[in-house]
Design a protein around this ligand. Structure first.
Ligand code: SF4
Length: 358
């Protein structure tokens, strides 16, 4: 099916959140587009984003001391799966339901959660006597920067902020001598520092330590100073002001690079991305004119496109696509999320593939 693009309705942005601060710096337009289409992404979200939400919730329950045995863990897992499956259904992504059987290695994920719990139970720190707040909203007094903090632990002698991550927390980099070293991702560092500043502004209390924790219970501490945290808040507000100026003037600061665009789910409505794709930006999307389509005995349909790199074939479409492809012969389209096939200029459609008129 060739889909129609949603209409853009540009709207002013009232707030910036720490979790998207770095992405925003990379491309202002990403944020503007998200608001202009009402927050529902144009391309389907990956199953890993649901996995992340699910794991995140379980880690929080464990850290808050709500789960104290393997039996309780099992109950929480079943309950959270129910909640996330409902959310998936509401989002219109029924291909991911039921999540536990659609995710690869769900059994392994459960083992990791169990290990996380066991480590937590072994921890010498008693859960009592600490004031926890989880998933609580913190914002600046003018409400221009705000976000939910995973976990704030207030001990008698210190305050810690903890943020859970389900993917890799560090990037592997090279130093001046060409030696590899690992560093906590810059966007995560900025996110935590912004949280520290938000917490301080809202409560008047100073945070002592910032941590990122992964599923293996690796704990990464972020060093910070309050000056740099406050500087980041000022920077976030400046970006927000700039973005709203761009919306007013309709002169947008878009930055279509592979790095910025590869995970942007609003690529189909971004004219800057389309231009870059036409100019040869290499991604998992293909722009071209439909030459023909072909139906095979096994029920699969292939599409033939004339593109910049020559004629290409995209295989594996369902039979229901055949008629709409035939009607669109000669039209320029963009096919999003295809995989390279073994043969040159041949690609495979999958369940995340979507087609829009260019
Ligand atoms: S597709 Fe790329 S350039 Fe367009 S909004 Fe997304 S990140 Fe920015």
């Amino acid at each position: 099916m060739i889909l129609e693009k949603p209409i853009l309705n540009y709207q002013y942005i009232s707030r910036i959140s720490p979790s998207n601060f770095t992405a925003l710096k990379g491309c202002h337009y990403k944020f503007i587009l998200n608001k202009a289409i009402g927050g529902k992404p144009v391309l389907p979200v990956s199953i890993h984003s649901y996995k992340g939400t699910f794991v995140h919730r379980i880690l929080e329950h464990i850290s808050l001391g709500k789960i104290r045995s393997e039996e309780e863990l099992s109950n929480y897992i079943n309950n959270e799966l129910k909640i996330i499956n409902e959310q998936i259904l509401n989002d219109g992504n029924s291909i991911y339901i039921p999540l536990h059987s659609k995710l690869k290695n769900f059994g392994l994920l459960k083992i990791k959660l169990k290990r996380f719990l066991i480590e937590k139970l072994k921890s010498k720190n008693p859960v009592t006597g600490i004031q926890f707040s989880s998933e609580k909203w913190y914002e600046t007094n003018d409400k221009l920067v705000g976000g939910k903090i995973d976990l704030v632990c207030e001990y008698s002698n210190r305050i810690e902020i903890i943020d859970f991550k389900t993917g890799a927390i560090t990037d592997e980099l090279l130093d001046d001598e060409g030696e590899k070293f690992k560093e906590v991702k810059i966007d995560y560092q900025a996110q935590l520092k912004l949280y520290a500043a938000l917490f301080h502004e809202q409560t008047g209390k100073k945070v002592d330590r910032l941590f990122l924790v992964d599923l293996q219970k690796n704990k990464y501490e972020i060093s910070f100073s309050f000056d740099e945290c406050n500087q980041l808040i000022r920077e976030a507000k400046k970006i927000l002001m700039r973005i709203n100026e761009e919306i007013a003037t309709r002169i947008f600061l878009a930055n279509p690079t592979i790095e910025n665009c590869k995970f942007c789910l609003n690529r189909p409505v971004c004219s800057y991305y389309k231009k870059s794709l036409s100019n040869g930006l290499k991604t998992s999307d293909i722009i071209g004119r439909i030459i023909k389509s072909q139906k095979f005995l096994n029920g699969n349909v292939s599409l033939f496109l004339q593109t910049q790199i020559g004629n290409v074939t995209i295989k594996n479409f369902e039979i229901s696509f055949f008629e709409s492809f035939n009607k669109a012969i000669g039209k320029e389209i963009i096919i999003y999320n295809v995989q390279a096939d073994k043969m040159e200029n041949s690609f495979l459609a999958n369940q995340l593939t979507r087609i829009y008129e260019s």
